[in-house]
Each structure stands twice: as structure tokens, then as C-alpha cells.
Design a binder for this molecule. Structure first.
Ligand code: SF4
Ligand code: SF4
Ligand code: SF4
Length: 469
């Protein structure tokens, strides 16, 4: 069957294939990534308490988050999950130690059916989001966050099989998963017909899911044969190793095609995830770069002063929860209702349209996150040579850059933010138009249905840009 979009299997290149099939690459990359995170924990706990002078804050919230949002996720999808150090100790215990004891109930507990969705992950993400001001200013809190993630992952790996933590709990995974659906790279089977061939007729025994002596069954509980989205594929490369029919491809593809594919299955919890993630760059921008200094001090949940008390901090928490879970989803619900009325359709409910159209916000969200992180690196880049030269803030001067002053580069920010935002709007409207076009019968009806969503998209873009221009 002809593929729905152009793709090219990168494994046709022998060097890439050898690298992907190597069993040494992932552990090596993971250990390399683990070292700075341990250093984040150590510097955060015993280093200076000023976020601007401590490696912990600078590495995590300037270097790592910018690397994720500007490069890895947009261009390489879930590539971070390939080398992620958060899961390393837990996965090591699960694979090397626990397997020696064989199966037991404690090590192989069932994840509750009611939690087999991303709601818990969404709440954990919002919880971390509420602590944002404290995280980006307090090294100790950043260290505790990193230790909590690694410990939480390790406990989950000990109790539950495979990567339950990644699928249902990890907060960075929420961001990485949603936006990886836009990336120009995918893992897919080459030919479903081969997967459907019984083993007695030269097929396989579903080793990609069950595992074999060549590798582990999909740690993300995905069945490659049915996979149509990147969202829950951690790019771990195990299925490349286990498939006995060499039927897995690592495809390069155009940006965003997955969101317009007819195969994509829209799910309600994932739709909420896309809307909530769209709200966060607006919130972060307002708090960190907006004109209201009081919001930032109200968000500093650990530093009570005489003028900022418990009431203000509670107000801040309610405000954030209200925007991400109430205002933006509420506006999207309203747009969905008006869209139904304008199109005059009875073939789809408001709820279904709410879910279907939410995926169209993914390009806009990705661009706003990229824009926010671009401004962050432009404003804060000069802290990086400082924290590398003196990671603990102990008075060292390893590179001779410890006393570099703060040098924000503000000039390109308004232009870059305009480019990011307009690109996000156009790409979102393109995905949205195609999504509506597959629902409605004619172009005029599709365009009428698009009006409320386009208006909401424009409002979000204007509000976001207002903070920068
Ligand atoms: S989902 Fe989270 S913990 Fe899992 S690999 Fe990705 S970033 Fe790491
Ligand atoms: S092992 Fe290979 S051929 Fe078999 S189902 Fe998995 S991907 Fe398809
Ligand atoms: S085994 Fe294959 S499908 Fe599963 S997460 Fe790894 S790369 Fe993705």
C-alpha cells in the first residue's frame, strides 16, 4: 500500500543501521547524560543558594530545557528518551537484577486500569509548573526535583513492568511526547502484511512486543504493528533489534504529517494534554517576562515576606490552575460549540470536535515553547560560562569567566518571537483546516467551522506576542 506521506528509511544507510543495532550506544549515551544530572543534585544541595550562580539551576533550566524545546523535540522527537538518565537506575535494576529473581507479584504489579491515561501525568506536570518560579531560582529545589524524578522512576521500575513511569507519570515526558508527533522522524513497521503473517508461514512470534534473546519487548508497551503516532514511542530501538523480519524502519518524514494523517486516533486525554501544554508558555512568559513583578513574587512559594503571604501564594496557584485547566480549555470548548453552529453539522458532537481540533494546537504550542526558550537563552546565556567556571558558587574561577556580568541579548527577541508565533499560527491553521476538512463535506462548511478556532488561535498569538513587543 502507498504510504500516506513521503518517507525515507534512514536504516538504508549501513552506518546508521549499525549504530541503531548496537547494544552499547544507549548505555553509553545514558551514562554520559546521567553525570550532569548527578552534578545538578550535588551542586543544588551543597552549592550556593543563588540560582544565577549555581550549576544546578543554570544547567537544568537554561541549557537542558532550551536543548529540549529548541532542538531535540522539534527535530528528533523523543530522542531524549533514548538516552534519558532519569530511568537509568530503575531500568538497570528491572533488567539486570530483578530478572535474576524471576517473576513475582511485587516486581510485576499491574498498573490500575483507571490510570491508563495521561491524567496523572498532566497533574504532575501542572504541579511542577506551579513551582516554576521556585525551581528556576532555588538550586536546592531543582536538586530535590531531579532526585524525586529519579527516585520515583526507580520505585516504579521496581514495582511495575517495563516503562510505566514514562507512559503514565513522567512530567517532561508529557511535553516530549505531545510535540514529538510534529517531528520529522518516526519508527514504523515497513510492511504490516509481514506482521500479520502467521509464524507457521514464515511470519514472526511478535518478538517486537514480547522480546527475544536479541532484545527487550517494547518497554513503552507499544505494538509497532499498530503504531501510527510517535507520542508513546520512546525511540529506544529495541524493536529494531528484536524483529526477526527486519520489518522496522526509522523514517525521515515531513514535519507535522502525523497530525494530518487519517490513521491518527484522537483521544480525549491527549487532546487535553495539547491544550494544557499550549497554556504553559503563555503562563511562563507572563510570570517571568511580563510587566507584573508581583506575579513572580507571588509565585515564589518558598520565600514568604511581610508583603507576600500565604493568601497571595494561594491566589497564584489558583490563577495558574484556572488558566491551564479552566480558561483555555473553556475557550476551546466555546470555539468548538460555535464551530458546530456555524457549520450547521449534526454529524459530530461538540465534545468530538473539542478532541479532534485540539491536536491542531500542537504546532502552535511547539512554536510558543520554542519562542519562550529562545528568549530565555538570549536573556540568560551569560550565566552559563559563570556556572561552568564556578559550579558551586564557591569562588572558583576554572575558566576565568566567573565574574562575567549578566549580558542579555534583547535585540533579536521581538523579531524571533514574531517569527515563532506566526509560524505556529500558520502551521496550526493548516493542520486544523485539514482536520476539519476530513470531517465536513464541503470547503465552505470547513471554512465556516474554522472561523472560531482561527479567532482563538489569533487571540492566543496576540496575547503571547504582547509580552515581547
Ligand atoms: S518519558 Fe520521561 S523518564 Fe521516560 S525516558 Fe522520557 S524523559 Fe525520561
Ligand atoms: S516482530 Fe516484526 S514482523 Fe513481527 S509483528 Fe513485530 S514488527 Fe511485525
Ligand atoms: S521498542 Fe520500538 S516501538 Fe517500542 S518504544 Fe522502542 S522504538 Fe518505539
Amino acid at each position: 500500500m502507498k504510504p500516506a506521506y513521503k518517507k525515507r528509511d534512514l536504516l538504508k544507510n549501513n552506518l546508521i543501521k549499525r549504530i541503531i543495532l548496537s547494544r552499547n550506544l544507549q548505555p553509553f549515551a545514558t551514562i554520559l547524560a546521567f553525570a550532569p544530572f548527578i552534578f545538578v543534585a550535588v551542586t543544588g544541595i551543597i552549592g550556593i543558594s543563588s540560582g544565577a550562580k549555581n550549576f544546578s539551576v543554570g544547567f537544568t533550566w537554561i541549557l537542558w530545557s532550551v536543548l529540549l524545546a529548541l532542538l531535540l523535540v522539534p527535530f528528533l522527537g523523543r530522542s531524549w528518551c533514548f538516552l534519558c538518565p532519569i530511568v537509568w537506575p530503575g531500568e538497570l535494576i528491572q533488567r539486570k537484577l530483578w530478572s535474576k529473581f524471576g517473576d513475582s507479584k511485587l516486581m510485576n504489579m499491574r498498573w490500575p486500569t483507571v490510570l491508563k491515561n495521561v491524567w496523572l501525568q498532566i497533574f504532575i506536570f501542572i504541579f511542577f509548573g506551579i513551582w516554576m518560579v521556585v525551581l528556576v531560582t532555588q538550586p536546592f529545589v531543582t536538586a530535590i526535583a531531579v532526585i524525586t524524578l529519579i527516585t520515583g522512576a526507580t520505585i516504579t521500575f521496581i514495582l511495575f513492568p517495563r516503562r510505566i513511569f514514562c507512559r503514565y507519570l513522567c512530567p517532561p515526558g508529557l511535553f516530549i511526547g505531545v510535540y514529538s508527533s510534529y517531528a520529522p522522524i518516526e519508527v514504523r513497521v515497513k510492511d504490516r502484511g509481514i506482521c500479520l503473517t502467521p509464524s507457521s508461514q514464515g511470519g514472526c512470534n511478535k518478538e517486537c512486543y514480547t522480546g527475544s534473546e536479541k532484545g527487550y519487548g517494547c518497554p513503552w508497551l507499544e505494538f509497532p504493528q499498530n503504531m501510527v503516532s510517535n507520542i508513546d514511542c520512546g525511540l529506544c530501538t529495541e524493536c529494531f533489534k528484536t524483529c526477526p523480519r527486519d520489518n522496522i524502519a526509522l523514517n525521515a518524514r515531513p514535519f507535522g504529517v502525523e497530525l494530518e494523517s487519517k490513521e491518527m486516533k484522537m483521544k480525549s486525554d491527549e487532546a487535553w494534554r495539547a491544550i494544557i501544554l499550549l497554556a504553559f508558555p503563555l503562563v511562563y512568559t507572563a510570570v517571568l517576562f511580563g510587566p507584573w513583578a508581583w506575579i513572580k513574587s507571588w509565585g515564589d512559594l518558598l520565600l514568604y515576606t511581610n508583603s507576600v503571604g500565604v493568601t497571595q501564594h494561594l491566589f497564584y496557584i489558583i490563577l495558574i490552575i484556572d488558566i491551564v485547566l479552566g480558561v483555555l480549555p473553556g475557550l476551546h470548548l466555546l470555539a468548538s460549540r460555535i464551530s458546530i453552529l456555524l457549520s450547521g453539522t449534526k454529524d459530530i458532537s461538540t465534545k468530538e470536535l473539542f478532541v479532534n481540533y485540539a491536536y491542531a494546537y500542537i504546532p502552535l504550542g511547539l512554536m510558543l515553547w520554542a519562542g519562550f526558550n529562545f528568549s530565555l537563552i538570549m536573556m540568560e546565556w551569560s550565566y552559563i560560562p559563570v556556572i561552568i567556571s564556578d559550579p558551586f558558587g564557591a569562588g572558583w574561577n576554572l575558566l576565568g569567566t566567573t565574574h562575567l556580568p549578566w549580558i542579555p541579548i534583547t535585540l533579536p527577541i521581538p523579531i524571533a518571537e514574531t517569527v515563532f508565533t506566526f509560524s505556529g499560527v500558520l502551521l496550526s491553521l493548516k493542520v486544523g483546516y485539514n482536520s476539519l476538512n476530513s470531517i465536513f463535506s464541503d470547503k465552505k462548511q470547513t471554512l465556516r467551522a474554522l472561523i472560531p478556532f482561527a479567532t482563538l488561535t489569533a487571540i492566543i498569538a496576540i496575547v503571547y506576542l504582547w509580552f515581547y513587543i
